[in-house]
Every structure is written in C-alpha cells, then in structure tokens.
Design a binder for this molecule. Structure first.
Ligand SMILES: *Cc1c(COP(=O)(O)O)cnc(C)c1O
Length: 781
C-alpha cells in the first residue's frame, strides 16, 4: 500500500531526478556564475533570461564533457562493433532538461537555480527546439539515440545540420503561413564544430574507364563540416555522439577562372554549395523529387561513409599497410532510416570497388552484411522513386553501380523464375513505365541483410503485399521491430508527478525497463494510489489550461474532458473524420457553436486542406505539456495506413485512454492493455481491402445515415462560413470523389469501351523524352 509522503520525504526517497547534495548545489551555482561572467560576459544587473539559460546550459554541458571523452576513449580501446543510425531527420527538440535528467542533475539544478533567485521553467522556455524532423520518423531517430546510449551501445547518429528546421506555423486570418525556423540565431550550446574532420563530397562529373577500373572525374566538390552533439545515456556515464554535417564551399569554389571581376561573384556563389544543408524539406509521408533533396541525401551518405571507413581503419588493433575489409561487417552495422539514405548502398560499393579495389562479389557480400533497412510507410505517394536522368547527371558512377546491382539481382530472379517477364519487371530496381526511375525501396531490400516494418500489422503487410515478391525470394530477411519511445523524455521529463508516483510504488527500475509497469496491476484497487494518479492528471490539465490562456488567450475548462488529436495533418490520419464527429456532437447537444472549444493546429500537409476560418486557430501547442494533460487520445487512421504511430504510445504512457482503429502499434497496445481497455472501432485491414475491391460508395452512407447527411449538408452549404459559403466545397467533393471515380470507371469500361490507366503524364518541368516514353508505354497497353 502506498502511504502518502510529504513532498520533502518524496524528494529524499525518489532519486530518478537525481540526489540533491549540498556540495553538488554549491558546485552548480559556482559553474553558473562563472559562465555568466566568462562565457556570456554579463553581470546580474543586465543579464536576460536567455543569458541565464545559456549559463545553465554551459554549466550542465560541463558535466557531459569528461564522460563524453571517456566514452569515446573506451570505444577506441575496446573496439566494439559500432552501430550507425543514418537518417535525414533527427527531431531532437530541447536538450537541457533531458541532459539534467540523464545525468541525475535535475533536482540539484532546480535547487541551485532556486537559490540563485531564478525561475527554472522560464530559463527552459528560452531554449530553441532542434526541429530537424517532420514527425514520427524524425522523433524515432531521436528516441533511438537516447536508448542506444542508455543501453551502453557504441552508436552514432549521422544526419544533416539543417540551418532551418521544420517551419513555425503561424495562422493569419485562418490560413497557414510558414515562418522560417532560424533555430541557430542565438547559437547552439550543445554542438561542437569539428572543422579538422571536414570531408569532401563530390557531385556531377563523368565516369572514365581506365585500365585501373572506373574513375569518377571532373566533379564539383562541396565540403562537409561535422558538428558533434553529445548523447548521454540515463545514469550510466555513457555519452555517445550525434554527428551532423554542414555544407561548406571549398575556398577555390568557382575561382578556377580567377580574375578581379569574377572574385566577388565567386564568393557570392559559395551560397549555391552551402544551400545543401540550408533547410529541411517539410514533407511528411510524401516524396518530392527535387534535385536539392537528392543532393542532401547523397551529401550525408558520402560524408558519413568516409567517416565510418576512417574509423574502421584507425582502430587501435589495425595493422598498418593495406586494410583488410574482411571484418567490416563484424565491426560496422548501418541502419537506414527509411530509403532517404539509400545511396549509401551504391556509395559503399563504389568505395570498395573503385577505391579499395575489391572484386565485385566480395564488395557486394560485405555491403549486404553491413546494411539493414527500416520501411516506414506503404503509402505510394511517399515511396522514393528517383528519375534515372537526375541520377545520371548528379551521380553518374552511382547510376552505373545501381544498374550493375540490378543486373546481378535480376539474373538471380530469372534463374528462379525462368521466362517470367512480369516477375522481372515487378522486382527490378528500375521502373520503365513512363519516366525511367530507380525504386529506392527495392535497392534497399536487395542491398540489406535485414528489412523491417515498424509494427506487427505493418510488417505483415510489407511481407504479404507490398514486397511480396522479395519476401518469397528471401523470407528470413523480413522482420518486425515495433517502434518505441524513450520513457526518459515521454514520462520522466514531461510528467514528473506521474513518474515519481510510479517510482514510489514499484521502484525506479522501470525507467530503464518499461515491462516493469506490469507491477502496477497490484495497485488497481488501491484507492490512495488511484486518487493520487487522478490528482496528477488534474494538475497537468490545470497547468496546460494556464499555458493556453497565457500564450494563446484561449480559455478552456480544466474539469472538462481533454479529447486530443495531435499529429501532422494527412488524409490517412483522418482529422476530417474527427471534424465530422465534432459537428455531429454539436448537432446532438445543440450547443451554441461559438461555445465549442475546438483547438485547431491547422495544416502542414501535402494535400493543402484549409482550416476552418472561424475556429480558434492555435499553433505550436507544446506537446510535452499537452500529452500529460490528455484524457482521451485519438488514434483513428484508416486501418492499414499508419505504419506504427508513436504518438499513441506517448499518450498511453501518460495515463490517457485511447480511442482508435486496429492500425499500426494500436494493435500491440490493445494486446498489452487488453482490448477492453481501449475504445477500438471501425474497419479492420481485411474489411478495408474487401471494400476497396468491392468499390467504396460514399453516397451510400450519406443516404443511409441521417446524422451524417446533416453534417455533410451543413459543410457543403456553408453553414460554418456564411461569409464564404463555398470554402469547404472542395472538402465535401473530396469525400465523395471515390464515388465519382467509381461511376466513371463503370461508364468507361462498360459503356464507352475505354480503359482508365495509372499512367501519369509527366509535368511540363520534365523533359520531352519522358513525355514520349509515357506515350509509348500507353500505346503498348
Ligand atoms: C511523436 C511525435 C510525432 C508522431 O506522432 P503520430 O501521432 O504517431 O503521428 C510527430 N511529431 C512529434 C513532434 C512527435 O513528438
């Protein structure tokens, strides 16, 4: 039984946020004052909250440095197998509080800052978010770095140091306006530039065939400057490294034809090269085939592989002279976070074959044993398919290597399935319909020894549907690794009240082993514990309500149910479904419309849906405060479309109930908690597949369900926007669209004798040949 403790007793007993020692606090205060003076060059009379934040950040950082150096020395001495997590996104958020927690300094820092007469929360609010990601995929990379360090693995995150991360969303007159995320403006105390490890990355040029093999020549060079960020494990003295590359123009950039007049132009042109790491593409689950994006993808890959090979060659036990790469896969594991860093596969082949002079088969064996690939989505519009023409221009040697990989691969397929042209076409790395393209997922599958989906249902779909032919070929290659979240950030940091309450009844070990939360089952009938949990939730709701009122002048009743749907806006996530439901509830209760508390954080989507002009638009709701305050978590994607989701887990870990479909990791959550403890509704994957086959007729439901008809009619007639009644016509048209397509398909095939095709006419931006290719493909059909 949990007996109530005073706050002071709790502090003494619970050490998950660190122990407060007198010397400890005195040391921190000394460090803080030293940094305010020597680093910030300020005194207490003129220092701003931002100065205080920087002084504290540097003080906390000092506690990382010794452990960071020691960890890296240890890896050099012990030479364990290194794990490299390659990702175009690391959605790290803020670092200060996470560092204090993982070093066990939170309570001591709280005390030091209090004794200095300052407000910790105010200082923490000064830190910029490292928003180098779009959503789940980028946050997963960040959570994984925390876990890798906490588990004491010799791991590195490699990515791009975007100068501008995910844009800040502003709402003007009900419409989204994107504002540049100038997150480095005030400096970043957590990074250390390493100009001494700068590396060249080549682009363009041509391939020269010599007696000594293929040579990639006449290239343009961009330099990759590494910036290192420490990644502390939770209370284990391990500090790993995240290394992000920034693009720098070489000093002779464009200066080959030097003359006085060109000099100024040449210096200004350096921007062209440095644009590579300028900005994160704000696409979530959407492929946009832009050359600059392809440059980013190759830039991180080329710099990282040089670094990996340098480290492999300079281990302590390495013998001088010619390196043997025999042990490479025993010392190096590279995980590809989706296909974004897929060019690493042909790049490693290029290094092995063209530079290190290994024969093709040896190089290919080493490469496959090194790489593993995580698939994050099956949405067709999200799959990367780079036009061959773009690759041929930017990375000519890599295109050759991809063709050669494909040749070997298709030879094997042809051997297993003789005379099966359809099989070859479906499994090729090169798509020949329309514009010739490289299918990057196929490249990753062929070039890796392991391929995984991110939740059981998603992995099943990959194996049985999307990559069926590949799993028939190599069934053991396909695995499931259900996504997870770090309990340090998503419980200890965001919800200290609940974290400590749990520690009081089951101890602290759950922080490193969440399966221990099972022990809480013994307390389901403990009235004291249940009351305390409810009190924590109520406090969190109050805190969030106060935040909303202060930052957005939106008043909400803290005793009402907080029913929360927070995620990137996308058709498959079905924010629209939730909106229809909200309107239906409004109609049922006949509440005055203006009294509905609908907080909308409108679009950052690919579909360009627009928000309701009349809704109270609010943005940048701090999710770390929203999640602990939530009563009901909305996880309502169409079954079979959300690969895993991780938002779902964050809410559940903070004691919210879930309403959701049997999709992504909701399935595992229902299994773990018991389906009776979630509100599961809607079609299962099999129902959706069956309906797709049969044909979906939105009108049928519209006619059958009066409540739905009323909602649709209200939206269509402009009931919610009388000043601009056509504003939502596109929305209702979109909802009925599938119906129109079905009707026209029936006319086409059954009346007019023509066949609809999937072929897309290339846009005018693509070359004429692409257009002609598509036309030829159409003729053959
Ligand atoms: C966890 C997280 C996501 C993913 O949320 P889903 O609901 O799984 O889409 C997106 N953005 C941020 C900032 C996150 O922390």
């Amino acid at each position: 039984m949990a007996t109530p403790l005073t706050d002071q007793e709790k502090r003494k007993q619970i050490s998950i946020r660190g122990i407060v020692g007198v010397e400890n606090v005195a040391e921190l205060k000394k460090g803080f004052n030293r940094h305010l003076h020597f680093t910030l060059v300020k005194d207490r009379n003129i220092a701003t909250p931002r100065d205080y934040y920087f002084a504290l950040a540097h003080t906390v950082r000092d506690h990382l440095v010794g452990r960071w150096i020691r960890t890296q020395q240890f890896y050099y001495e012990a030479d364990p197998k290194r794990v490299y997590y390659l990702s175009l996104e690391f959605y790290m958020g803020r670092t200060l509080q996470n560092t204090m927690i993982n070093l066990g300094l939170q309570n001591a820092c709280d005390e030091a800052i209090y004794q200095l007469g300052l407000d910790m929360e105010e200082l923490e609010e000064m830190e910029e978010d490292a928003g180098l990601g779009n959503g789940g995929l980028g946050r997963l990379a960040a959570c994984f770095l925390d876990s890798l360090a906490t588990l004491g693995l010799a791991a590195y995150g490699y990515g791009i140091r975007y100068e501008y991360g995910i844009f800040n969303q502003k709402i003007r007159d009900g419409w989204q306006v994107e504002e540049a995320d100038d997150w480095l403006r005030h400096g970043n105390p957590w990074e250390k530039a390493r100009p001494e490890y700068m590396l060249p990355v080549h682009f363009y040029g041509r391939v020269e065939e010599t007696r000594d093999g293929s040579k990639w020549v006449d290239t343009q060079v961009v330099l990759a400057m590494p910036y290192d960020t420490p990644i502390p494990g939770y209370m284990n003295n391990t500090v790993n490294t995240m290394r992000l590359w920034s693009a720098r123009a070489p000093n002779d950039f464009n200066l080959r034809d030097f003359n006085v007049g060109d000099y100024i132009e040449a210096v200004l042109d350096r921007n062209l090269a440095e644009n590579i790491s300028r900005v994160l593409y704000p696409n979530d689950n959407f492929f946009e085939g832009k050359e600059l994006r392809l440059k980013q993808e190759y830039f991180v890959v080329a710099a990282t592989l040089q670094d990996i090979i340098r480290r492999f060659k300079t281990t302590k036990k390495g013998v001088p002279g010619r390196t043997s790469f025999e042990t490479f896969p025993d010392k190096v594991a590279i995980q590809l976070n989706d296909t974004h860093p897929a060019m690493a596969i042909p790049e490693l082949m290029r290094i092995f074959v063209d530079i290190e002079k290994l024969d093709w088969d040896t190089a290919w064996d080493l490469t496959r044993r090194t790489f593993a690939y995580t698939n994050h989505t099956i949405l067709p519009e999200a799959l990367e398919r780079w036009p061959v023409e773009l690759l041929e221009n930017l990375l000519p040697r890599h295109l050759q290597i991809i063709y050669e990989i494909n040749q070997h691969h298709l030879d094997k397929v042809a051997e297993l399935y003789p005379n099966d042209m359809d099989k070859l076409k479906k499994m090729s790395l090169i798509e020949e319909d329309g514009v010739k393209r490289v299918n990057m997922a196929h490249l990753c599958i062929v070039g890796s020894h392991a391929v995984n989906g991110v939740a059981q249902i998603h992995s099943n779909i990959i194996k049985a549907e999307v990559f069926r032919d590949f799993s028939d070929l190599e069934p053991d290659k396909f695995q499931n690794k259900t996504n997870g979240i770090t309990p340090r950030r998503w419980l200890l940091l965001c919800n200290p009240g609940l974290a400590e309450l749990i520690a009081e009844v089951i101890g602290e070990d759950y922080v490193k082993d969440l399966s221990q939360l099972q022990k809480l089952k013994d307390f389901v009938d403990d009235a004291t514990f249940i009351r305390d949990v409810a009190k924590v939730k109520q406090d969190n709701k109050l805190k969030f309500a106060q935040y909303l009122e202060k930052e957005y002048r939106v008043k909400i009743n803290p005793s009402s149910m907080f029913d929360v749907h927070v995620k990137r806006i996308h058709e498959y996530k079905r924010q629209v479904l939730n909106c229809l439901h909200i309107i239906a509830m409004y109609n049922r209760t006949h509440t005055d419309y203006t009294q509905c508390n609908i907080l909308m954080s409108p679009t950052q989507d690919n579909a360009h849906e627009k928000p309701a002009a009349e809704s109270q638009a609010s943005v940048n709701i701090r999710i770390v405060w929203l999640i602990p305050a939530t009563d009901l978590s909305e996880q309502i994607s169409t079954a079979g479309t959300e690969a895993s989701g991780t938002g779902n887990m964050k809410f559940m870990l903070n004691g919210a109930l879930t309403i959701g479909t049997m999709d992504g990791a909701n399935v595992e959550m229902a299994e773990e908690a018991g389906e009776e403890n979630l509100f599961i509704f809607g079609m299962r994957v099999d129902d959706v597949t069956a309906m797709d086959k049969k044909g979906y007729d939105a009108m049928e439901y519209y006619k059958k369900i009066p409540e739905l008809k009323q909602v649709m009619d209200q939206i269509t007639s402009g009931f919610f926007c009388p000043k601009n009644p056509d504003l939502f016509k596109d929305l209702t048209n979109m909802l009925f669209k599938h119906d129109r397509d079905r009707t026209i398909t029936e006319y086409a095939t059954e009346v007019w004798g023509v066949e609809p095709t999937d072929l897309k006419i290339p846009p005018p931006s693509e070359p004429r040949e692409a257009f002609e290719q598509t036309a030829r493909a159409l003729k053959k059909m």
